[in-house]
Design a binder for this molecule. Structure first.
Ligand code: MTE
Length: 325
C-alpha cells in the first residue's frame, strides 16, 4: 500500500528489473524508510522478541463457506503481513507485534445506532456465539493472495445481538489507539506512517456486514490468532481487498452515513470505500487482473469478488463498479 503518486505512463521498477532484484530493492527501501521513522519512535522499537504462546481454541465447527483450495502454511500466514501500526515492511508485524501487542485482557465496544451498546470484555463478547472455521482466500490490493484457515464468529450474529436501529446504514470498525503499543501511531514528521490518520478504521454497508461471509476471526489454524494477524479479534471480508479486513478491533460503531476509513481518506483515488476485488478495474498504478499466491511462482487470474461472486454479487446489482471501486 505504498502511496507515492505515479502517472499512468510512468514505468514501474518491476517492469524494467528482474522481479527478485526489484523485490530486494523494495525491501531495502522499506527498511530504510522504517529506520527513518524508527528514529522518531520510543526506544525498544527495534527489539525482536520470541513468538507468543497461543492457546488451542477447542471445538470449532466446519463451515460450508470454506474453500478446499490448498492452505498457505502457518509460516507464510504469520510472517508475511501488513500491519502498518508496526511498520511498513512485511516482516515488521511478526518481528514486533508478538512482544508489543498485549491483548489480554481486551474489550470491545458497541456504539452508535444500536439498542445494545456498551463495552464488553472479549470473553463476554464471545459468549453464546458459535466458533466456526472459515478457510478463505485473502487477496491484497498489492497483488498477492493466500488461503487462510481462520476460526471465529459470524459478524451477522454479532450485529443481530447489538440490535441496530433503523438509522444504522453502515458499520465502522476501529483498531485500538495506543501509541505505546503501536510505534507507528507515535510517528511524527514527514514519514509515510505519520501521514496515516490513526487509529486504523474500516467500514461496511449494513447489508455487506450482514452477509454470511463477513467474519470476525479470533483464531488461525485452530489456535488463538497471533498478534501480527490482528489479535485478539479482526474482521475478515473475503470478497474485498485485504485492507478492509481490519485488525485488533476495539470498537464496532453503527451509523447512518458512509464512514470515513483509513486508506480511503489517505488516497481516495486509489482506495475506494467498497474495495471489492475486481480484475476488471485496475488500481491507478497497477493492474488487478492477476495475483501471485504466496508460495507459488506463476501468477494466476484474479477472480471477480475474489471467487465469491455467487454469495455477494447481488449486493451490488445496478451499481457501476468502476465508479464505486
Ligand atoms: N489492520 C490494521 N489495523 N492495520 C493494518 O495495517 N492492513 C490491512 C489489513 N488489516 C492492516 C489491517 C491489509 S493492507 C491487509 S492486506 C491485511 O490486513 C493483511 O492481513 P494479514 O497480515 O493477516 O495477511
Amino acid at each position: 500500500m505504498l502511496i507515492k503518486t505515479r502517472r499512468r505512463s510512468d514505468v514501474l521498477p518491476s517492469e524494467i528489473t528482474p522481479e527478485s532484484i526489484y523485490r530486494d530493492r523494495r525491501r531495502f527501501l522499506q527498511t530504510s524508510a522504517l529506520a527513518a521513522a524508527g528514529s522518531l519512535l520510543a526506544p525498544g522499537w527495534a527489539s525482536a522478541k520470541p513468538m507468543e504462546a497461543l492457546e488451542p481454541l477447542g471445538k470449532i465447527a466446519k463451515s460450508d463457506y470454506s474453500t478446499d483450495e490448498p492452505r498457505n502454511s502457518y509460516e507464510d500466514i504469520t510472517t508475511y503481513n501488513n500491519f502498518y501500526e508496526f511498520g511498513s515492511g512485511k516482516e515488521d508485524p511478526s518481528r514486533y507485534a508478538p512482544d508489543r501487542l498485549d491483548h489480554r485482557p481486551w474489550t470491545v465496544t458497541i456504539s452508535g445506532e444500536a439498542e445494545n451498546t456498551g463495552e464488553m470484555a472479549l470473553d463476554d463478547f464471545m459468549q453464546g456465539l458459535t466458533l466456526e472455521e472459515r478457510v478463505y482466500r485473502l487477496r491484497c490490493v498489492e497483488g498477492w493472495s493466500m488461503v487462510i484457515p481462520w476460526a471465529g464468529v459470524s459478524l451477522a450474529d454479532v450485529i443481530r445481538r447489538a440490535a441496530p436501529t433503523s438509522r444504522a446504514k453502515y458499520v465502522k470498525f476501529y483498531t485500538k489507539y495506543d501509541p505505546q503499543t503501536f510505534p507507528a501511531q507515535a510517528a511524527r514528521g514527514m514519514s509515510f506512517l505519520a501521514s496515516i490518520d490513526w487509529p486504523y478504521t474500516e467500514g461496511l454497508r449494513m447489508d455487506e456486514a450482514m452477509n454470511p461471509l463477513s467474519f470476525l476471526a479470533t483464531g488461525l489454524y485452530g489456535k488463538e490468532i497471533p498478534s501480527q494477524n490482528g489479535a485478539p479479534i479482526r474482521l475478515v471480508v473475503p470478497w474485498k481487498y485485504g485492507f478492509k479486513s481490519i485488525k485488533s478491533v476495539v470498537r464496532i460503531h453503527f451509523q447512518e452515513t458512509e464512514p470515513e476509513c483509513t486508506w480511503n481518506l489517505l488516497q481516495p483515488d486509489e482506495y475506494g470505500f467498497y474495495a471489492n476485488v475486481n480484475p476488471n478495474v485496475d488500481h491507478p498504478r497497477w493492474s488487478q487482473a492477476q495475483e501471485r499466491r504466496i508460495g507459488e511462482f506463476f501468477k494466476r487470474d484474479t477472480l471477480m469478488f475474489n471467487g465469491y461472486e455467487e454469495e455477494v454479487a447481488h449486493l451490488y446489482a445496478g451499481m457501476d463498479l468502476a465508479k464505486h471501486y
